[in-house]
Design a protein around this ligand. Structure first.
Ligand SMILES: [Zn+2]
Ligand SMILES: [Zn+2]
Length: 329
């Protein structure tokens, strides 16, 4: 039996719990062969990437652990004329220069294929790099938003196997974030509370979609999950901007993300996933009712004609069942 569910933050609808998981699939996914080494992200091949923006070294180690470099094939370019912060789409049919920054965060000097192979200290450096890049790009004063994301596995859009994530600094706030901000503003006006905080309080009270918790952070399968094993991670207390996270909160986030990814990999046999950070845009300084969060989307079902045409996803696995499975994974 299926049901329609709406996500209160994005206002997106999903169809949850259909029998479609049982349908036959003639298209067998073949395992993807590992890419041959040499790899431009491995230690020793630093000359193959553009000059690094930042590097991180673990205490007592001699070489780098995390490197931030400009993307060699950027989607947006800092050399383009800066249009100033703007709402995209305000000028019908007139292009806006593709101004922005596109960077890669190389998460290990070793050729690892899975984020869950990093130690807690190594994972923490990745999240520290996210925070530092947000602070540095914010201080430049010419971007509206920075989108940090990870594509893990070719089916999730990764072109290189070596673990990395990316960021795009943009002159405009993306539509998806703008919708979440609008829902959050509406909820805040009514309840004087951030919408994500209210969602988390409900999830903790209900318990059935909670995957894991630390002292200050919660991981849960959202009520209107788009994909089987979709998990959101957020601080329980209201915090609009990821870049204002303390060192101790970052350590908790890193530990929770890596634990959850390990559980997802176990439930999906190491399947592909995307994760991304949603945080308060640099513009609109007074809109502090937003609440940063990380969304992890395992790509075990396909996005096809219905999803593209309606924006509504079909998820055969109810998040209550997914959370129970992830808790025991
Ligand atoms: Zn490599
Ligand atoms: Zn979000």
């Amino acid at each position: 039996m299926s049901e329609f569910r709406q996500d209160p933050l994005s206002r997106r609808w999903v169809i949850v719990g259909s029998d479609r998981a049982a349908r036959p699939n003639e298209f067998v996914e073949l395992p993807v062969a590992r890419q041959p080494i040499p790899c431009p992200f491995c230690a020793g091949n630093e000359h193959e990437t553009p000059e690094e923006v930042r590097r991180y070294v673990l205490p007592g180690a001699s070489g780098w652990q995390v490197r931030v470099v400009p993307n060699k094939y950027p989607a947006v370019d800092v050399q383009q004329a800066c249009p100033g912060c703007l709402p995209l789409g305000s000028s019908l049919g007139s292009p806006v220069p593709g101004f922005g920054r596109h960077e890669v965060i190389i998460e290990s000097p070793r050729h690892l294929a899975s984020f869950s192979e990093l130690s807690d200290a190594e994972t923490e450096l990745v999240f520290r790099a996210y925070r530092d890049r947000l602070l540095a790009l914010k201080s430049e004063g010419r971007y509206a938003y920075v989108q940090i994301f990870k594509n893990a596995g070719p089916a999730a859009g990764a072109s290189l196997e070596h673990i990395h994530s990316q960021l795009l600094a943009l002159p405009a706030v993306p539509e998806v974030v703008a919708q979440e901000l609008a829902s959050s503003a509406e909820h805040f006006a009514k309840s004087k509370k951030s919408l994500v905080q209210s969602i988390i309080e409900n999830e903790i009270a209900a318990g059935e979609r909670i995957v894991a918790q630390t002292g200050n952070c919660v991981a849960f399968c959202p009520f209107a999950s788009r994909f089987p094993y979709e998990v959101w991670i957020a601080p329980a207390a209201h915090l609009a901007r990821f870049e204002l996270a303390s060192d101790s909160l970052l350590a908790e986030v890193a530990q929770l993300v890596s634990q959850v990814i390990r559980r997802i990999e176990s439930a999906t046999s190491g399947g592909p996933y995307n994760y991304f950070l949603h945080t308060q845009p640099f513009t609109g300084a007074k809109d502090e009712h937003y609440h940063w969060h990380l969304e992890i989307l395992p790509r075990v079902t396909k996005v096809a004609g219905f999803e593209w045409s309606t924006g509504c996803f079909i998820n055969p696995c109810p998040p209550e069942a997914a959370a129970a499975q992830l808790r025991s994974a």
